[in-house]
Design a protein around this ligand. Structure first.
Ligand SMILES: Cc1cc2nc3c(=O)[nH]c(=O)nc-3n(C[C@H](O)[C@H](O)[C@H](O)COP(=O)(O)OP(=O)(O)OC[C@H]3O[C@@H](n4cnc5c(N)ncnc54)[C@H](O)[C@@H]3O)c2cc1C
Length: 436
């Protein structure tokens, strides 16, 4: 059995490899003054903002990306690196809401998002440690296995994802646990190294001439005759068009957007080095793992195959990630009792953005553009919809998406502080424990 060191975990993502920030831009760039005027100003330097900036710069628009912190220090360097088909509502739910044709187009768009990242990684050699190993999705009850069987029997028209069912009797070749009642394999899923993807998207944006500045918060946006006057912590910039690429970090800049995204903390831990053999014994195919519970958990071997990186919702309300370690470790050991006593070396968290219809949203209002609300699945969605909104900002027809024009719902009494979250998580936990 692995000894427990009892040492306090490092409060930063494993992927930051001990650096204080995921990416330090050259200090000379930070000292240069900001331009007084640009065609496009992007607020937020994560996957969305960088992907958008690449498109606007490539189309000849002068482009400035500003991030309040170091570039990528939001979700884009904190995530679990899992690449999955990422539209939460099922085809039948979307059909009820929007009709079968649009439901099909929305799911096709999500499949395109995964294909886009795959294309960048494999055809354009984007350096992001693309590992096309797929995902095992476990059923936490027999009833949920039956529901998976039913769901797989009703595929989205026109899509041909590679999925195979794994009965409980055969799940040992996927995962060394009795916790699940079988599951399925999503063969088209993959994993990436989060900050590597971010650095690669940064390099692509800069190669097209986008200027990226960190530690420069946008503090106010004012409409003018020609666009916007953008107030920043380092002075004013006039911008013809502005993109809000702030996802779960959407603050007070725009009350309209703040009422439409729900910031939710997602928490992760990394085990101490267990060794490649031991990790392979636990997850023999090296795939990502997720399961059917409402309170999401996701885990995978670390990129070097030496550890397990485990994530999920660890508390009712938002907490310091270090406080969440015992609960997350408990959730991990519930699945793998073999890991009882294992030491946790890293713990971290970030804010994902949910929406009230669990769809991502992109669009614009008189030059104020946005793309956000990826509901915890922005690894494929943010680079893709970032690209699309950038193309829209550059007036390119290829920027059109199936989600254009969808109403972006808000709720009465919600102004950006999710007061209902603790009650929702509590209810979901109970439903999960009852197996319904
Ligand atoms: C712990 C965790 C695990 C996750 N795991 C997965 C996963 O396995 N698979 C998956 O698909 N998705 C996952 N996600 C979600 C995914 O990482 C995000 O959806 C995606 O990175 C969003 O990218 P983004 O560029 O839109 O936002 P972010 O990367 O969050 O960037 C927003 C940026 O906006 C900046 N900003 C905010 N306000 C201002 C301002 N006023 N001025 C200037 N800058 C500002 C912030 O500093 C931040 O850098 C995970 C998220 C977390 C937190």
């Amino acid at each position: 059995m692995t000894r427990s060191t009892g040492a306090t975990p490092v409060p930063m993502p494993l992927w930051w490899r001990g650096e204080a920030v995921p990416l330090a831009l050259p200090t000379a760039a930070a000292q240069e003054s900001l331009p007084t005027q640009v065609d496009v100003l992007v607020v937020g330097g994560g996957y969305t903002g960088l992907a958008a900036a690449r498109e606007t710069a490539a189309a000849g628009r002068s482009t400035l990306v500003l991030d309040a912190e170091s570039v990528g220090s939001g979700c884009s360097s904190r995530n679990g690196g899992q690449v999955a088909h990422s539209i939460k509502p099922t085809f039948s739910t979307l059909t009820k809401r929007h009709g079968a044709l649009l439901a099909q187009r929305i799911h096709a768009e999500a499949a395109q998002a995964v294909a886009h990242l795959r294309h960048l990684a494999t055809e354009e050699q984007l350096d992001c440690d693309w590992q096309p190993r797929g995902c095992f999705h476990g059923a936490h009850t027999a009833k949920h296995f039956d529901a998976l069987v039913k769901k797989l029997g009703e595929p989205v028209p026109g899509l041909t994802p590679r999925i195979s069912l794994v009965p409980r009797s055969e799940q040992g070749r996927e995962i060394d646990t009795d916790f699940y009642h079988g599951g399925c394999i999503y063969h088209d899923d993959a994993s990436i190294d989060p900050p590597r993807l971010m650095r690669a998207l940064l390099a692509r944006a800069q190669a097209q001439g986008a200027r990226v500045v960190d530690r420069c918060a946008v503090t106010a946006l004012r409409r003018t005759r020609n666009g916007f006057e953008v107030e920043t912590s380092r002075g004013r910039v006039a911008a013809r068009r502005v993109l809000l690429a702030t996802n779960g970090y959407t603050g007070r800049l725009s009350a309209w957007h703040r009422r439409r995204v729900i910031p939710i903390g997602s928490y992760q831990i990394a085990t101490e080095r267990l060794g490649v053999e031991r990790v392979r014994a636990l997850i023999p195919q090296g795939r990502n793992i997720s399961d059917t519970r409402r309170v999401v958990v996701y885990y995978r071997p670390s990129p070097d195959g030496e550890r397990i990186v485990f994530g999920g919702r660890a508390s009712l309300d938002e907490r310091d990630p270090l406080v969440c370690v015992p609960r997350l470790r408990g959730m991990l050991c519930q699945i793998f009792p073999q890991l009882n006593g294992v030491a946790i070396t890293h713990a971290w968290a970030g804010f994902v953005a949910y929406t009230f219809d669990t769809l991502p949203h992109l669009g614009q209002d008189e030059g104020l553009y946005y793309s956000m609300g990826y509901c915890g699945q922005g690894v494929p969605l943010a680079p893709y919809f970032g690209m699309r909104i950038g193309q829209q900002m550059a007036d390119l027809p290829e920027g059109r998406t199936a989600l254009d024009g969808l109403a972006f719902p808000a709720r009465p009494y919600y102004f950006g502080n999710p007061w209902f979250l603790a009650a929702s998580v509590f209810t979901y936990r109970i439903l999960d424990s009852l197996g319904v």
